[in-house]
Design a protein around this ligand. Structure first.
Ligand code: SAM
Length: 296
């Protein structure tokens, strides 16, 4: 007997409304619940993610299962992690017949993604796809990038302004810790700009689908990645301060002022420089000077 995966059918305003009503589901603003209702957007996401029938996909926040259905129809297996307990019975209903889907009721920030990749994908790189809840977009992306998990690609719907932060460099108000983390680990590509009428309910802002293709090797050489990101955090936590003061005040670094000053001079910058003006290459050089001091 053949196991035929049903065709996705939820991406439609009438059907979405009917599912919500039949389960008496009340949308939770606090969880960023804006469900997709536009099939062309879902097809775009699946294409941008490059999902094939060999892939194991982790979906963050399946909602009522709209994107999950598309992922299940294209991937080998899908694990969908949903925080809202009240959506679990809805998903049991809408994902009936999609035999390659597993739903986990959990906060994605508490999931051990490395263990998931080991158990479900023999430790091989997994693909992450999501229409992200906008209230925690940055922590989720930072976690996926930094956690030492095998993730080959991250394809996510985010607020459009987040894509500016991912792509910006020194001199822009959008430049920050997210820009540096994204650009160190991956190449960001905008796959689509998505208007509010593609969601139910409609968000107030435009959205965009971004694909982060993870580099095999980061574009800069860094001996101590943890130190690099501690420097970045310290610089942008106090972005109006000089780099010397930002680093000196950081509790996670415990660096002496003289040590900081000599490292800044070693990378050819004046002592008055602010951290927000440093490029990724310059942060990497600073981290390397400081980590070689630790070894000495
Ligand atoms: N994927 C669905 C779609 O595209 O229609 C729903 C996307 S909706 C923007 C975000 C979903 O993430 C909601 O279902 C919400 O309950 C869920 N969510 C919010 N915070 C979460 C968290 N910390 N962990 C897992 N899921 C979360």
């Amino acid at each position: 007997m053949y196991n035929i995966t049903p065709r996705p059918y939820l991406a439609n305003p009438q059907i979405t409304r009917a599912v919500l009503e039949s389960h008496k589901f009340v949308l939770q603003k606090k969880y960023g619940q804006n469900f997709l209702i536009a099939p062309h957007v879902l097809e775009n996401i699946v294409a941008a993610a490059g999902i094939t029938e060999d892939d194991f996909v982790l979906e963050i926040g399946p909602g009522i299962g709209t994107m999950t259905q598309y992922l299940a129809a294209n991937a080998r297996a899908v694990t969908a992690v949903e925080i809202d307990r009240k959506l679990i019975p809805v998903l049991e209903d809408t994902l009936q017949g999609f035999h390659n889907v597993e739903v986990i009721h959990q906060d994605i920030l508490k999931v051990d993604i490395a263990a998931l990749a080991r158990e479900r994908n023999e430790g091989k790189p997994i693909k992450v796809v999501a229409n992200l809840p906008y209230y925690i977009t940055t922590p989720i992306i930072m976690n996926l990038l930094k956690q030492s998990v095998p993730v080959s690609g991250i394809t996510v719907m985010v607020q459009r302004e987040v894509t500016d932060r991912m792509q910006s460099g020194p001199g822009s108000k959008d430049y920050g810790a997210l820009s540096l983390a994204v650009q160190y680990f991956a190449k960001p590509q905008i796959a689509a700009v998505v208007t509010p009428d593609c969601f139910m309910p409609q968000p107030k802002v435009e959205s965009a689908v971004v694909h982060l293709a993870r580099y095999e090797n980061p574009p800069v050489c860094v001996e101590d990645e943890k130190l690099l990101f501690s420097l970045v955090r310290a610089s942008f936590n106090q972005r109006r301060k000089t780099l010397v003061n930002g680093l000196k005040n950081s509790p996670e670094l415990s660096l002496k002022k003289e040590e900081i000053e000599s490292a800044i001079e070693a990378i050819g910058k004046p002592l008055t420089v602010r951290g927000e003006t440093l490029t990724l290459e310059e942060f990497a050089a600073l981290a390397n000077v400081l980590s070689s001091n630790f070894v000495a």
